[in-house]
Design a protein around this ligand. Structure first.
Ligand code: PLP
Length: 421
């Protein structure tokens, strides 16, 4: 691909119009939307509207205004359902990813007799592992024994059959990512869910790196639960309230961690000491929702609805494909290797580039106006985001990277990560 071809692709891109809705910096190519999505004008307006509701209504904002706060978590959950192929009542927007995982493991991990172990994987996101370790400790189980981690043979990706091989009679619960945060590998969620259920095991997924980029069918696949953040591909803003899915078959039960916002909405203010959980995923909320951290999402979800998830996935796959092709053709000889799976059905929303000098190459890229993302020990993640990245930017990024490598411009920086990387 050359610049002319990139421009032609932008010309006929059916999602091109959405780009102007986002605050993009002039002369900056933002490829970090899988860590923190950008602000859209609509999300900004939605936040200001909620701020106004506080100004206008005070306490009555809970029931009045455009988006009454009392129902916001459930409303946003219902509006998120299409992203993961769920029924509206199976989703709620609440808490944070890690807190939701704690809630879900508290609710779905019931060690019994010989089934006392949780299966995760050795490439899993640290926060998820910490949560699983502490959940095991709370049950008096030694995490070193009871947390089983499926192995990766190459250090970047996992094999579904290897994971399934770990689903023994000792496993009570499986918790896996949909897309691996480092390599961007998309797991076969349907296959893993089926395999877990055939063995009498419950299974939940961390959707942080896929929701908003990859369509899912959690309901029809029978996934027991899922959780994800809304500040990456969903553009809900830093610390945005997170997503939580519980399959219909489990609704109506008592959650592991109860709190009054999990109540049936009609009886919540009866102020009884007997907890009456909502019969929806709303039951998994704990306390008062973070209204300002939820507000931008309403507008952001509207953009996703208009754009359609299938168009987003199609463009995303096309962009990462083109980026990989350009890396192959333009950057050969510079010791890069692509470690995300090349297949469309195994690839999430970003390209993962391995290089021994990754940390300082990222610093040089940033200096040159490209915002990448570095992950220890040596991975550069580049995420072209369907809603706001152009094909021309992909072409430019690879040219900039080529110049940096040719001129060894990365050598002026330390090959060390920053505090946040
Ligand atoms: C981003 C991310 C998280 C973050 O969790 P928070 O509770 O929002 O800090 C967790 N898991 C994965 C896989 C992630 O990518």
């Amino acid at each position: 691909m050359d610049l002319k071809k990139a421009a032609a692709l932008d010309e006929k891109d059916e999602l091109a119009a959405f780009r102007s809705e986002f605050y993009l910096k002039k002369d900056t190519i933002y490829l970090d939307g899988n860590s923190l999505g950008l602000l859209s004008k609509r999300a900004e307006a939605a936040l200001l509207t909620i701020l106004d509701a506080w100004k206008e209504f005070g306490i009555d904002g809970w029931t009045q205004g455009e988006n009454p706060w009392y129902y916001l978590s459930e409303t946003l959950g219902a509006q998120s359902a299409f992203l993961i192929g769920a029924k509206p009542e199976e989703v709620v927007v609440t808490g944070s990813t890690t807190v939701n995982l704690h809630q879900l493991v508290s609710s779905f991990f019931h060690p019994k007799k010989n089934r006392t172990k949780i299966l995760a994987d050795e490439l899993n996101f640290p926060s998820d592992i910490y949560a699983l370790q502490s959940q095991l400790s709370l049950k008096g189980l030694d995490p070193d024994v009871h947390l089983v981690k499926a192995k990766s043979t190459n250090g970047h990706t996992l094999e579904e059959d290897e994971i399934i091989g770990c689903m023994t009679e000792e496993i009570a619960l499986v918790v896996l990512p949909t897309v691996l945060y480092r390599s961007g590998q998309l797991l076969d969620i349907e296959k893993l869910t089926k395999a877990a259920h055939e063995r009498g095991i419950l299974i939940g997924f961390d959707g942080c790196h896929s929701v908003g980029a990859v369509p899912h069918e959690f309901h029809s696949w029978g996934v027991d639960f899922a959780y994800w953040c809304n500040y990456k591909y969903l553009n809900g803003g830093p610390g945005a309230s997170a997503g939580l899915f519980v399959h219909e078959k489990h609704l109506g039960k008592l959650p592991g961690l109860s709190g009054w916002f999990g109540s049936n909405k009609e009886s919540q203010f009866d102020m009884q000491h007997v907890f009456t959980p909502a019969d929806s995923a709303g039951a998994y909320q704990i306390g008062t929702p973070h209204i300002f951290s939820s507000a931008p999402l309403a507008a952001s979800l509207q953009i996703f609805k208009e754009a359609s998830l299938l168009s987003i996935r199609k463009k995303s796959l096309n962009m990462t494909r083109i980026m990989m092709d350009l890396i192959d053709s333009e950057l050969s000889g510079f010791a890069f290797s692509i470690v995300n799976p090349p297949e469309d059905n195994r690839r999430g929303g970003h390209v993962a580039l391995l290089h021994p000098e990754a940390a300082r190459i990222c610093k040089a890229l940033k200096q040159a106006g490209v915002v990448p993302d570095y992950r220890l020990p040596n991975i550069i993640r580049l995420a072209p985001v369907a809603l706001y990245t152009s094909y021309e930017e992909i072409w430019r990024t690879i040219q900039i990277l080529k110049d940096i490598m040719r001129e060894k411009r990365y050598e002026q920086y330390d090959n060390k990560r920053e505090v946040i990387a």
